[in-house]
Design a protein around this ligand. Sequence first.
Ligand code: AHR
Length: 512
Amino acid sequence: MSAADARVVIDLDIPGPTISRHLYGHFAEHLGRCIYGGFWVGEDSPVPNEGGIRLDVVEALRDIAIPNLRWPGGCFADEYHWRDGIGPREDRPRMVNTNWGDVVEDNSFGTHEFLALCELLGADPYVNGNVGSGTVREMSEWVEYLTRGGESPMAALRRANGRDEPWKVPFWGIGNEAWGCGGNMRAEAYADLARQYATYLRDHGDNKLYRIAAGASDDDYRWTETLMKSISCIGCGDGPKDIYQAISFHYYTIPGPWEDKGDATRFSTDDYYLTMLKARRVEEFIRGHAAVMDVYDPAKKIGLVLDEWGTWWNVEEGTNPGFLYQQNTLRDALVASVHFDAFHAHADRLVMANIAQTVNVLQAMILTDPDSGALVLTPSYHVFRMNVGHHDATALRVHVEAPELHREIDGQRLELLSVSASTTGDTALFSLTNLDADRSVSTLLDLRGRTVLGWSARILSADSLQAHNTAAAPDTVSVRDHEVEVVDQPFGAGLRVDLPPHSYVTVSVTLG
Ligand code: AHR
């Protein structure tokens, strides 16, 4: 047997933190064809639906065990007034969606429709409230409307609109991108508002809200520090005040300049490597925000939430520039797989992440054809599906020895092999991404601490990095079985896995 290019040592009996299933969360905004046409077709549509919600989309998302859904934005959240989206649809007021395409929003998808969608999906709702153009009272009443049982003005209004029982709403966002579309605020000004709003976001009955303050962009660690400072003091001993429970940040993978982000399907190998360099920076940013939080909150009471992430390309030719519709190739799938490795590695602080966005917008899981209604599962979708075994699993530390597997890109080092691992009971799941565009990589999994009884592997790859799925060719990028070879190792079991160029492989093992 020839020597492997990489050795990956994994201690199967040394548990790390839990990888929350909420790291596989989703985001759906009133933007382009995400809600309208994506999730919602209306009750009279020929597309099979339940109460107006597309059932093929629901089924596909249930297959990836969608854990939560963030709504209604994004930038839209800070212009959205929830009372416009309740009551008989024909009576609902209209508004202009100034952020996204300047189109008229008829509010036909509102609070009840969103909660019905979450019920069909089996996903926890994550509602993002309006700080930028709303009021404390408006947000406080929305929480009451959603979550209060018994007698109260908002519970009565909900009942008048046909819903007797309150919903369970665990996650609540206090505005969005307050430094930008959410009000162009200074960190200090927003920090005060976040405390004020959070105060009136009440826990009604047994509904416990997890309040998420709107956080930084990319590596704006000062924003995170300002929020942390505003709820804590160094050396006070008892950690941050329990006003809000988490802080978010957003990071998009955009290799080009903002004005010309690059094409989703037509790109060079150099563009690909630059994309991967940018994608892998997510780990640096998680580490940076976590380090700032550690200073004020060493016990890690406050969670870090990456509630928008993914690739952002130029829109597809002929589509509305404000709708952010883009194709999704094998390159996007590898962006996703390396993000998940970073999420697993920092699961002690990172408690939730939300892909932007679920249907027809940015790095989507699902694309739907506006004319035929056909549904296409993207390469990124398959990564989410292959990783379901990591949901709520125990992270395992991985040690990678691969001295040759890197490249210089733009003066920076890009590691070409990305690995993560987790265990649940008598199983373990390993994720392996080979980012090399041209070379296969042979890896030796050196598995220690438990007996390995069985194994199987799956691979996501295609002939080219540009490969993508369409209605005419829905399985160009799809998952297949993959070979694993058993080799003797001095300290435990050894599995040899060959990773073709630009591929993502998961290996599942059963343990004794
Ligand atoms: O996901 C698209 C937009 O990106 C969101 O509305 C906003 O929060 C971010 O800038």
